[in-house]
Design a protein around this ligand. Structure first.
Ligand code: FAD
Length: 530
């Protein structure tokens, strides 16, 4: 039994942001997460740092939330952001009048926007469909959800927050008209833990509504699946949006060396089993068709994998797809709404607005605790963005430059001394042995999955075929795992990578992927029970 000021349920970017904000305001905070961080929508989204333009016409409230947060994150989380700008392009057959409508809406909300004709658009992005008729340029950008979440986790921890990973909250503890904590299970040991706090914040994404029901509170949510495809190249420098009302397969976001195309919106009913939602063949076909229309060379580009995430939309009656719902922020003090004290829900919103969501939830916590400390997260840079890389940090080798791009100033803590330090573990993403050691010691990676989140190991062209075994060996060498544990981890990792490939691979690619998987499992002696 342990006592805190605040318990945060959920280790997605929202929960981590709340834990950091609470800790920075001097509160004793515990964050409880069922898996590793980024298990939910945070590890399964498009990675667009919205300028707000995408929703300026259809959802101005949500667009306005993005405008100020976009500017703030560019300051305080700059190492997580690829400041590439975005184009909204019109293709023949599109309703050209939408461009004027979008420009007008952007201006009204305060989004910097500039119109260019088809020729200028092609000069900016030569690989676009040659028939592009015109475009708008907006301050969209790409953001790395893993780096952002890890930076929040590090700072929360540095300021005293306890992060309980692999702990599932079974239920809220209700005493009279007050929630006084949570009962959780440590999933590694099956021990039951009781945590007490004055306020509990539910930041559990789509799972929030079932957790709230344990306190007798109803918050109907609509689960909307979105699928994305990872293409093995980056044909465009900018984020490319189709200039029309947001719909399926109309957004291409660069992600360092690869590109992510999506998305879809499909209603899902069985939310208890959606920790790793599976993209469907229909979704894959619709996205590949949309990609080829925007950037024709993508028709012949290898799709590395598909993945899907679930949008937690707080439901309104009558909408069956989820497209009609606001993607705006929902922050509920359940004392006001349901007469239950000590309980706050924060959900909806976006990756791009996570900081504002955390601020709103923490303000609500502080009101309940009568704490007057102001929020500082709009000014205080995250670890990694807190100092500029200096000249002596500016290193000679290409792999070290990649590490700085990934970790910002935190890369100072990568120890490049030692004969093996520069040895490559993952060729596709240029991850060195030194960076793996840093991910374990500084970023808290404990297995292949968290190493992937910390360094992007296994996320490139080969999807772990070359690096997974080496990394598993390193986990043993560095004392993180026993050989048996490392083998189990390897099997899980290979299975997870395969899951994302099997829905997009066919023909020779499918044969190659299947052979690689069986070779890896066979060499590791894992094929028998697979
Ligand atoms: C397909 C798709 C594309 C998107 N694209 C973008 C985009 O390009 N840009 C953008 O800004 N936003 C985007 N979003 C939205 C963004 O991903 C989410 O708004 C954001 O990640 C939500 O974070 P969260 O922390 O609130 O929820 P989550 O990331 O879902 O985190 C909830 C966490 O709670 C944990 N949890 C649940 N129940 C329990 C329990 N009982 N005990 C312990 N832990 C529990 C889960 O394991 C999970 O880790 C997209 C979303 C989707 C689905």
């Amino acid at each position: 039994m342990r006592d805190f000021d605040v318990i945060v349920v959920g280790g997605g970017v929202t929960g981590l942001g709340v834990a950091r904000d609470c800790a920075l305001r001097g509160l004793r905070v515990a964050l409880v997460e069922e898996g590793d961080i980024c298990r939910g929508a945070t590890g399964r989204n498009h990675g667009l740092l919205h300028s707000g333009a995408r929703y300026a016409v259809t959802d101005p409230q949500s667009a306005a939330e993005c405008v100020s947060e976009n500017a703030i994150l560019r300051r305080v989380a700059k190492h997580c952001i690829d400041d590439c700008d975005g184009l909204f392009v019109n293709l023949p057959g599109d309703d050209e009048s939408y461009r004027a409508k979008l420009m007008e809406a952007c201006r009204r909300i305060g989004i910097g926007v500039r119109e260019v004709d088809g020729r200028e658009a092609l000069a900016m992005e030569p690989k676009l469909n040659r028939e592009v008729t015109g475009a708008l340029v907006v301050p969209d950008a790409a953001i790395d959800p893993f780096a952002l979440s890890i930076a929040n986790a590090i700072d929360a921890h540095r300021h005293g927050a306890s992060l309980l990973l692999r702990h599932r909250v079974e239920r809220l503890i209700v005493a009279g008209d007050k929630v006084s904590g949570v009962i959780a299970t440590d999933l590694r040991t099956a021990d039951v833990v009781e945590l007490h706090a004055c306020v509990t914040v539910v930041a559990a994404g789509i799972w929030g509504s079932s957790l709230l029901s344990s306190a007798g509170i109803s918050l109907p949510m609509l689960a909307s699946q979105g699928t994305m495809l990872v293409y093995g190249t980056r044909p465009c420098r900018h984020v490319i949006n189709r200039c029309r009302v947001p719909s399926d397969a109309d957004l291409l976001v660069p992600d360092r060396r690869v590109s992510i195309m999506g998305t879809t919106s499909v209603r899902v009913d069985d939310i208890e089993h959606i920790a790793a939602p599976l993209p469907t063949a229909d979704e894959v076909h619709s996205i590949t068709a949309g990609a080829a229309l925007l950037v024709p060379e993508l028709a012949d580009t290898r799709v590395l994998r598909a993945y899907a995430g679930i949008r937690p939309l707080v439901a309104k009656d009558g909408d069956t797809t989820g497209r009609g719902l606001s993607r705006g922020i929902v922050c509920i003090d359940h004392n006001t709404r349901d007469g239950v004290k000590g309980l706050i829900t924060i959900t909806g919103g976006k990756l791009a607005t996570y900081r504002l969501m955390a601020e709103l939830a923490t303000d609500a916590v502080c009101r309940q605790l009568a704490v007057a400390e102001p929020c500082v997260t709009a000014e205080r840079p995250l670890p990694g963005s807190d100092v500029e890389p200096t000249d002596e940090m500016r290193p000679p080798s290409a792999t070290e430059r990649v590490a700085i791009a990934r970790h910002g100033a935190l890369a100072r803590e990568i120890n490049m001394r030692g004969s093996q330090a520069g040895a490559l573990v993952c060729e596709c993403m240029s991850v060195t042995r030194a960076e793996v050691e840093f991910a374990i010691k500084v970023l808290g990676a404990t297995d292949l999955s968290s190493l992937r989140q910390c360094t992007r190991l296994g996320m490139g062209q080969c999807q772990g075929r070359m690096c997974a075994c080496r990394a598993a060996n390193l986990l043993v060498d560095l004392g993180c795992k026993t050989p048996d544990e490392a083998l189990r981890d390897l099997k899980e990792f290979v299975g997870e990578r395969w899951r994302g490939q099997q829905v997009v691979a066919y023909g020779a690619t499918m044969r190659e992927a299947a052979r690689a998987r069986h070779t890896l499992l066979g060499l590791s002696g894992l094929h028998r029970d697979n």
